[in-house]
Structure formats: structure tokens, C-alpha cells
Design a protein. Structure first.
Length: 100
């Protein structure tokens, strides 16, 4: 939760005029939503501690979590084990895609 709060605080625009520019407001909103999704993906890691759970989009989860935890820095326990499993699955999917 702290990582999400820190990311959102860093994203925060303190110049209210910037919200009046549609493109800037849209970019801010999209980045805030990406941070929210990354938090959801980070919670998914625990489910993958014993291997990438079925129905999980490993590439999406891996990319999302990297937004909060670059190179898994700060992840511990089941979350770290889940990171390792999701990373391996995501890399495996990339290799399969390249081989086609």
C-alpha cells in the first residue's frame, strides 16, 4: 500500500491549471489507473507462489508489478516467489511468441 501511495504522491500535480488541459489530465488519469492496476497485480503474486496460477496473464502481471517493484526490489516471502514464477512464465511466453 505504501508503494502505491508513494507513486500516486509522486504523480500528483500541484498546479491546478494542468488539469484544465485535456491531454494532460488524461495522461495523469491513465498513469493513476496503471498504478492502481499494478497494486492489484502485486496482490496476485501471492497466488502464484507455487507456480503461475491458471487464468493469470503472466506478461500483464509481470509488467504491472514492475511499475511498483522494479527488479522485485522490496518483495519478500510468497510475493517474491510469485514474482519468480510469473517472471519465468512471462519469459517463456515471449520465447514461444518469438519462435512462431
Amino acid at each position: 500500500q505504501k508503494k502505491v501511495e508513494d507513486k500516486l504522491d509522486a504523480l500528483g500535480v500541484h498546479d491546478a491549471q494542468k488539469y484544465n488541459v485535456d491531454d494532460q489530465f488524461l495522461a495523469y488519469t491513465q498513469e493513476a489507473f496503471a498504478i492502481k492496476q499494478a497494486a492489484d497485480h502485486a496482490r496476485t503474486l501471492v497466488k502464484c507462489a507455487g507456480g503461475c496460477a491458471s487464468g493469470i496473464d503472466a506478461k500483464k502481471v509481470f509488467a504491472g508489478v514492475k511499475l511498483l517493484y522494479e527488479n522485485a526490489d522490496g518483495l519478500t516471502g510468497d510475493a517474491k516467489l510469485g514474482w519468480d514464477a510469473v517472471e519465468m512464465e512471462a519469459l517463456s511466453l515471449e520465447v514461444e511468441a518469438i519462435a512462431r
